[in-house]
Design a protein around this ligand. Structure first.
Ligand code: ATP
Ligand code: MG
Length: 458
């Protein structure tokens, strides 16, 4: 937070919102470990969800294989006259029943899996949100001078939403996709290793393609996030400062500035769409090419009697499934990248320590008389920018005193210091002869009544 140097009041410019522009990797082991810590209370459910996910992967791969047996063992022999048609029908029954059972199981798994993932994800992020609010409550006022409300709101709402997306969609889906790809690869080799080799020829092409588009998407995603953060910052300042804006008849100028930022955002969004619009057809084209290669090789082998039609059909369907996770990759990549950036910011906030802390052994204030003494107090909000210099005064218990001074003289600062909202740099403030820093903040504030000049009631 060292970047904010200026005095209080109108912090401005995009530099103030730099933190919202952090964009890191799509995967960061340190952040991930810390995030997974929030899943620990739901350990049991996570394990159940993973088991269901594995079941779901198998249920997704099974239908093409069952179809192969239906064709090779029932339909093809009956059509070619190897077995009587009745025999073909009776063979169809168990396979058909199995097919339906698998589809049913797959639907059930999918239901259970999405319910569980959402339940765990939402609850873990609920805990994080509560923890973050509690942490915010404990931070010292100096922190809130430096951090605009809009930014802190974003942490608790948008950033945690991004994390929820990751837990409920990103991680689960990536895990499931990797598993599906592995299972399909093994099944392809078992079904027919020669056709499997033909299929795997597409893998290097796909890897190169995703690497290329990932870089492209990363750039455009980054550009979008940065522009969006700027638009948000600008809106935040202009809406909260609407009275000033209108007083100085700045409407046309603000409009022009906003228009420029908004145009920038539009262009960045279009860049992202271009990347996506190229990626999906490229994957589709590779998939179609792979299917064509499979059909050519398979027809050759089928005519030679080395391959069955059922195997070809199973291959064709499995290859379609093999490509689906790759197509989703771009979307998941964005989810992961957004979540990593969000978690970085959320954890940075979590790790911000309060600057005003209670002493390890606080003095007890049993009965407060109410004597306030400033003993050589010097105080600055920002290093070297003294607001109070060597201030000495004593207000006896029961005495009424008015502090009078020009605006900005430091009256409110004195009141804030008596409540220990800030610590003095030099000297000490005594309540009934006890240094405020030896007391619990709670005790001090319980005994100090303050009516501030800006009414804020809720
Ligand atoms: N949170 C803050 N961070 C940095 N500087 C601050 C902060 N609050 C006040 N200041 C600065 O400290 C000085 C004293 O401000 P303070 O609010 O105590 O004056 P005041 O006497 O209460 O003025 P007023 O009569 O306008 O209420 C001013 O120069 C002000 O700009
Ligand atoms: Mg004041």
């Amino acid at each position: 937070m060292a970047h904010h140097g200026g005095g209080g009041g109108g912090g401005s410019g995009t530099g103030f919102f730099q933190e919202d522009e952090i964009l890191g990797k799509a995967y960061d082991a340190r952040l991930m470990r810390r995030l997974l810590g929030y899943l620990r209370p739901y350990r049991g459910l996570v394990i159940v969800a993973l088991v269901i996910l594995l079941g779901l992967s198998f249920a997704d791969v099974a239908p093409p294989i069952i179809a192969k047996f239906i064709i090779d063992n029932a339909i093809a022999p009956a059509v070619s006259g190897q077995i009587p048609p009745e025999e073909g029908f009776s063979r169809l029954v168990p396979f058909g029943a199995l097919y339906i059972a698998v589809l049913l199981a797959s639907s059930l798994f999918r239901y259970g899996q999405s319910m569980l993932a959402s339940y765990v994800g939402q609850n873990a992020m609920f805990d994080l949100r509560v923890g973050l609010f509690k942490h915010l409550e404990g931070l010292s006022l100096g922190f809130f001078d430096r951090n605009p409300v809009g930014r802190l709101m974003t942490r608790i709402t948008n950033d945690i939403d991004a994390l929820t997306d990751m837990v409920t969609q990103g991680v689960v889906a990536i895990f499931g996709d990797v598993f599906v790809i592995a299972v399909i690869a093994v099944v392809l080799v078992i079904l027919d290793w020669r056709l499997a080799l033909v299929t795997f020829c597409s893998v290097p092409i796909l890897v190169a393609m995703t690497a290329y588009f990932r870089r492209m998407m990363r750039e455009s995603f980054r550009a979008i996030r940065i522009r969006l953060a700027r638009v948000n910052a600008y809106l935040n300042e202009n809406i909260s400062g609407m009275a000033i804006l209108q007083l100085f008849t700045r409407e046309p100028r603000s409009f022009k500035d906003f228009d420029a930022l908004n145009t920038d955002l539009l262009q960045a969004n279009q860049g992202g769409i271009r990347a996506m619009a190229l990626f999906i057809p490229s994957v589709n084209f590779t998939r179609a090419g792979t299917s064509a290669a499979i059909f050519i090789a398979a027809s050759y082998w089928i005519v030679g009697g080395q391959l069955t039609i059922g195997t070809l059909l199973a291959f064709w369907q499995l290859v379609e499934r093999f490509f689906a996770p790759i197509q989703d990759l771009s979307e998941k990549y964005n989810i992961m990248q957004a979540a990593m950036a969000s978690s970085e910011r959320v954890f940075r906030l979590m790790d911000t320590e309060p600057t005003i802390v209670d002493p390890p052994q606080p003095r007890e204030l049993a009965h407060v008389r109410g004597e306030v003494r400033f003993d050589n107090v010097s105080f600055a909000y920002n290093e070297g920018d003294w607001v109070l210099r060597d201030v000495n005064f004593t207000i006896s218990a029961g005495e009424s005193v008015a502090i009078v001074g020009a605006t900005g003289a430091g009256k409110t600062s004195i009141i804030s210091l008596i409540s220990r909202f800030y610590d003095v740099q030099k000297g000490r403030i005594l309540l009934d002869g006890v240094d405020l820093r030896e007391l619990r903040q709670m005790d001090v504030r319980r005994h100090v009544g303050v009516v501030l000049q800006d009414p804020f009631i809720f």
